[in-house]
Design a protein around this ligand. Sequence first.
Ligand code: ADP
Length: 400
Amino acid sequence: MSENCSHNCEHCSENCNEREKESLLAKPHDGSDIKKVIGVVSGKGGVGKSLVTSILAVMAQREGYNTAILDADITGPSIPKAFGIHEHAEGSDEGLFPVMTKTGIRLMSLNLLVENETDPVVWRGPIIAGIVKQFWTDVIWGDVDYMFIDMPPGTGDVPLTVFQSIPVDGIVIVASPQELVGMIVEKAVNMASMMNIPVLALIENMSYIICPDCGKEIHVFGESRIETIAEKHGISTVAKLPIDPKLAAACDKGMIELFDGNWLNQLFSNIKTQIKENKTMKIAVASNGKDIWGHFGHCEFFNIYTVEEGKIISDESIPNPGHKPGFLPNFLADMGVNVIIAGGMGGGAVDIFNERNVEVVVGAEGDARAAVESYLSGNLKSTGSVCHQHEHADECGEHN
Ligand code: ADP
């Protein structure tokens, strides 16, 4: 940074770090509301990065989240094929529209824009990075809970530029067993830490095969090193995917959305928890100061817990400011609350919280702090106790 830096890059021609930081992050299209962005990276092509991206998106969509895939692997875009999509994306004066897969995942890929999908892409790095950036700025993504980005392979200039232009919440690293022996994974971990992006999971693809006759796992490349590497870098979620001919066939036939494998079940939930833990969040509990109050709208206090990396770092108790229609959910959302825990709640209040992207957990009881801890460890699930029928409907904020 120059000695004379005015912190206003607009009128300065110097090329310094500050300037880069200011100018690189791109603004998404006005028609996009993208909540969480997960980048899937690998050291080189062909290790199953696109496959893992597709699987994660399929699982998120199955859980009911609005899901999108931004295919940033411009020189080897294989996502549309896995979903059986060969049509072209359409646009308007406003921007480009993603194509919908059979189950409703929104997808944008260079292959949806080129005349002939088998034409090679012979562009240089900056052009490729520019296209990816445009997929972020010019595509009208709509409301997206989870966007998965199939990143350009490697840890060079192109993935780096993409990381600098798109606010990625976390990355998933996909590696082959051989790569886990070398330094490729370390490079990806270092790139993430340079960019201050958490590594959410490390996935060893093609880790083993299952004998079709006896069901035994055969570790073709020897014992896996994934646990050791994950431990070294403090990565808590690991997964090993087998070489599964059914999986290759599902991709080839464009039917990845129908695929079911028992190793799939935990993967997305673990990644989701990781993302939650990596963020500072606020959890509000409707209470009497100590215990959870049965009915949201008429509680005495809201206990507000600030959470960092999955741990409560501070708490405060604020008196309920009063029960007026539409007021409390917006009041809490304006305070930056991400989750509300209560005994019961009216449907009106639930709707406002949903609109404000605040997670609602109802049906909870007992000690407020213990409930928050239980939520953070993944044990507190909403019972869906919405008070629209019983005698407390009004008290719970049905008209909130
Ligand atoms: P990348 O995105 O890293 O270049 P892909 O996800 O396109 O790699 O995978 C390369 C090829 O290997 C694809 O044809 C894919 O279907 C196949 N493949 C990847 N992982 C597996 C697996 N675990 N079992 C069977 N086939 C796989």
